[in-house]
Design a protein. Structure first.
Length: 327
């Protein structure tokens, strides 16, 4: 009935919030610092102040259908409890959905940020028109969301879709933050890319690269953005790093296609902004690493929602196709 949805995106450094219409139009957005280092109470005050301002902008609670909140995992969307996210120190077993519902008298749901972003891409982003989609966000980590019949698949305990922690190389020397060796996150997210460039430069001192010059010999200062720009300018080391990253992502996504046979794969996040060189390598790699004979037909789509994807995602759990996503 034309009611608005409040979407709140809680990150390690900032909380973004907005008002989203039932047709997926963002009509108001605001950002405040999370103050995560000051503990849960301070962060929670930031969140509730923001919700209060958005309620005023909406003209009162009567005009709002619900409050969707997305946050880094691990969390349980079924119970609305934030467990112990590494990016939010001091948040331990927080019954966030219940607290927000009690405070504002409106239904509230909590969702994993990658799941929420995946649902938003299906409802009004890159994957409009598809029902069964595997979503990936590649930035400082790799988050994934499994969308089946335009709804988030949560699994028994609410923690399905942690695809970034599927290992594709258990003999890799690189241990992931989760404790396992060779997770795709450890191999292909931003820090993994930077590390690969650093290792190449350290192992071959004679190798000339604009990356070496950019950081004045301090290879530990190399960033994914530098790699992207250097590759664009034809730097051999940077191009090799992008090639490796695309290969690893391709091998991993081939496995996901073998498992899910999705209608489409959407790739978002900062690393995905590298664009064509990365996507080309992923598309080239997939067919040789899956038994799915139709894999070449699986669209590998760049995400469409960027800046406000968290707000859209959080609001999505109250949109009709996502309704059963939360409790
Ligand atoms: Zn891992």
């Amino acid at each position: 009935m034309g009611k608005l949805i409040i979407g709140i995106d809680v990150g390690g450094t900032k909380v973004a919030g907005g008002l989203v219409t039932q047709k997926g139009r963002l009509i108001e957005s605001q950002i405040v610092p999370t103050h995560a280092d000051k503990g849960f109470r301070k962060s929670y005050a930031q969140i509730t102040n923001l919700i209060g301002r958005l309620l005023s902008a909406a003209g009162g609670a009567d005009n709002v259908k619900g409050i969707g909140i997305c946050a880094p995992g691990p969390l349980n969307p079924k119970t609305g409890v934030i467990l112990n996210p590494p990016n939010l120190p001091g948040w331990r077993n927080i019954e966030l959905a219940r607290m927000v519902t009690r405070e504002f008298g409106l239904p509230s749901r909590v969702e994993n940020d990658a799941n929420a972003a995946g649902l938003a891409e299906v409802l009004f982003g890159a994957a409009v028109g598809y029902k069964d989609v595997f979503y990936v966000t590649v930035s400082t980590g790799i988050g994934t969301g499994i969308i089946i019949n335009r709804k988030i698949y949560h699994g028994k305990n609410g923690i399905a879709g942690e695809g970034g922690h599927v290992s594709i190389d258990y003999h890799s020397p690189y241990r992931c933050g989760c404790g396992t060796l060779g997770c795709i996150e450890a191999l292909a997210a931003g820090p993994g890319m930077a590390r690969r460039a650093r290792v190449m430069l350290e192992q071959e001192h004679g190798l000339s690269s604009v990356l070496r010059d950019l950081v004045g010999g301090h290879a530990e200062q190399i960033t994914p953005l530098m790699i992207q720009e250097a590759a664009h300018d034809g730097d051999r080391v940077a191009k090799a790093v992008l090639d490796d990253t695309g290969f690893y992502l391709g091998v991993w996504l081939a496995g996901m296609i073998t498992l899910f046979d999705p209608e489409a794969i959407v790739i978002g996040g900062g690393v995905s902004r590298i664009g064509k060189p990365l996507f080309d390598k992923i598309r080239e790699t997939i067919p040789g690493h899956t038994i799915n004979g139709f894999a070449t037909e699986t669209p590998i789509l760049p995400a469409k929602l960027h800046t406000n994807v968290g707000i859209y995602g959080a609001a999505s759990v109250f949109l009709p196709a996502g309704e059963e996503a939360g409790t």
